[in-house]
Design a protein around this ligand. Sequence first.
Ligand SMILES: [Zn+2]
Length: 434
Amino acid sequence: MAHPKREYGMDAMQTGDTELIRAINRFHVLDTIRRFEPISRAEIGERTQLSRTTVSAIITALLDEGVIYYDEGEPAGLPVKSGPQAKAVIARGRPRVLLRMNPNAAYVVGAKLSMHQVSITVTNLRADPLSCLVLPIRTWRLGAALIADLLEDGIRAAVAQAGITMAQIAGVGVGLPGFIDSVAGISHWSPILAAEPTPVPFAKMLGDRLGVSAVIENDANLVALAERWFGHGQGVDNFVIVTVEAGIGMGLFINGDLYRGHHGMGTEFGHSKIDRRGPLCRCGQHGCIEAFTADYAILREARKIVDLPPTEDEPSIEAAVCEVTRMARAGHAGLRAVFDTAGEILGLGIANLVNIIDPGKVIISGAGMRAADLLEPSVRAAVAAGSLQVLNGRCEIIFHDWTDEVWARGAASLVLQGLYRVPWSRNARIEMAI
Ligand SMILES: [Zn+2]
């Protein structure tokens, strides 16, 4: 009999849900191989606390599916040794046979929609990028159907560029800013789809065009997923991601599960209020953290001190923020103070999160990390000053170097959850078998 892990297993046993126990055990074995490969059966047993019989049954199934293979020196991606061949290896009684994941057992597509561009990445099961495509498209001017058409064309081109076919794609994950119900596949509101008067079933629109399952998710949640699978969130059940860029986003893992809120639209950290008489936010209310710390807020304050060219769209805002960052870094005292204040407000907000959630880590990420060196001292000081004494210093604050690849990995992780049959996404409606 298996020894299911922690509360998942107990909960499942009490409800008699053997399917769930099986899914949980399978996930733990596969995740252990992914993280610690090459790895022996004995070590898998030690790390997962599963019985030899259970580990053996799961490994046999994974070998048959081609998801893992015996490491006998062959490079990843070669034909999988399973079935009778695999049994022959076992029968020879080799003392230590190592297992590896076959990264090319499945391919997925990750896409990120932002106001002025669409980024598409094709990855394998390990989220290694195989091809990337960036399309300069002003999405916010277009209707949902046209965006879906352009995304379809881009995805087909990126898949061809990766040297594979659409038939080999197990799923597509798309990240976009806004209020996204990932389970239902609906965008309730997004600045990308602002031209649409009603909620948009974007996952279905894209899935129908491609003939492949598509999943959509809030972009900050994608970063949280990427950190959970590949970054600082590995092995940490409670952590927070704060993304700083055009807006301020947040992704939250609680008890190993991505927290979305009762209506699927929670964790709007950027719109938590710091000062009710504060500046006007894009949401129409006053004094949100975002209205002090996002790119547009930095520019608003910088314009009071230095002359800057007019900014009309996201690329020109980006260019102006980069210039302001450069001047501050070169020693402009007034502009340094702008970043100090933005960092202080951000740190105050994070101290509140630390006090409410008691996370193991807070990871600060996003394009705003171009100015991480300017923000970091005041963020850290404000977190230290605002955290309850009992929590002070216990939560690790990480400033994560930023690359667009994080989005792609996150979007890929969205699909990988389905492929790995991750038990913590029990509600997700992705049912894809490898
Ligand atoms: Zn707001």
